[in-house]
Design a protein around this ligand. Structure first.
Ligand code: ATP
Ligand code: MG
Length: 308
């Protein structure tokens, strides 16, 4: 796997105050690298610095310190810009154009002409599942449809690195599923995808790795499995057909017991303890095992712990 994006010690200050003499550090010493074929999630609460990072990669902002290279080219230079497809956080389009016309315009800006341009426009609109609506003016589109046009615009020149700022925002559950599937198809086709989100379930469903930003700093990074397994909890065992006396005796080895219904209880076992002896004790007390599930931390737990 080759390196597609390298971010080294990236720092960005914005001027503040009426005279612009103050400084607000929006990004502070951020280092990240993405290889080809990766789906990488940049996570963090509002104001963490996600959009600022993406704009620096695309070349819309210049860093205060540090640098970014895309396929070995400095961010903002022409070869770097050509390698990137970008969906901004709040895309704004000429709304008297149809989706087809708008994409043909963008494809033209990327140097495509004739049948190649027609083919790429149609492929990008197919990718985002924009059907017959592609011939209607954009002012008649819903928010979710406009988001799809934004995605198609990011894909029309078949870029190696696709950068999506909050790609699921404004989409209903089916739209979110479509965008997830699209991102995975792009990955399978060898593209590299970097997206920002504060919706952690999207990242859990999609990313090989994530970085969590808080107040401009990376506070956690790595494969989702590694980040969450460090927080592994115990097991939750649900058992039925237990007499109150049996439940009371089983309670001794559990950290928490909840009575769900008559004879049915949920037991939480201490972290690090295997569930088999407890399950055997359930059976010998005359109970029936319903389920035994490891209590894993979700990305949400990691996020809340690191960001707060
Ligand atoms: N052009 C700007 N001028 C001054 N401050 C800015 C500018 N752009 C961003 N900031 C500040 O930098 C910080 C990071 O903003 P950024 O937009 O990168 O956050 P974000 O993680 O994308 O948040 P959100 O989830 O709300 O989109 C914020 O404190 C923001 O107010
Ligand atoms: Mg943002």
């Amino acid at each position: 796997m080759s390196l597609v994006l390298q971010i080294e010690r990236l720092t960005k200050d914005f001027p503040t105050g009426r005279l612009g003499r103050g400084r607000h550090r929006a990004l502070d010493d951020v280092t990240l690298a993405l290889s080809s074929g990766e789906v990488f999630g940049l996570l963090g609460p509002n104001g963490a610095g996600k959009t600022t990072t993406l704009k620096l990669i695309v070349g819309l902002l210049r860093p205060t310190a540090g640098h970014v290279t895309v396929l070995g080219h400095a961010a903002g230079a022409r070869p770097a810009r050509e390698a990137i497809g970008f969906l901004p956080e709040h895309p704004v389009f000429y709304d008297h154009l149809t989706a087809e016309e708008l994409l043909a315009y963008f494809a033209g800006l990327c140097g495509m002409t004739g049948p190649e341009r027609t083919r790429r426009v149609s492929a990008a609109l197919d990718d985002v599942r924009l059907d017959e609506a592609r011939r209607r003016p954009l002012r008649q589109y819903s928010k979710g449809m406009l988001q799809r046009v934004g995605l198609a615009q990011a894909l029309v020149h078949d870029p190696a690195l696709i950068i999506l700022d909050e790609p699921m925002s404004g989409l209903d559950p089916i739209g979110r599923r479509d965008v997830r599937e699209l991102i995975l198809r792009l990955r399978d086709a060898g593209r590299t995808v970097l997206f920002s989100s504060h919706i952690l379930s999207d990242a859990e469903a999609l990313c090989s790795r994530v970085a969590i930003l808080s107040r401009g700093r990376v506070v956690a990074r790595g494969a989702i499995g590694d980040l969450t397994s460090k927080h592994a909890g115990g097991w939750e065992v649900v058992a039925a057909d237990l007499s109150p006396a049996a439940a009371t005796s089983l309670q001794q080895t559990a950290t928490r017991v909840t009575r769900i219904a008559h004879g049915r209880y949920s037991f939480e076992l201490p972290a690090g303890e295997r569930p088999e002896p407890f399950i055997a004790a359930v059976a010998s007390a005359g109970g029936t095992l319903v389920s035994a599930v490891p209590v894993r931390a979700t990305l949400e737990d990691v996020f809340v712990e690191r960001v707060s």
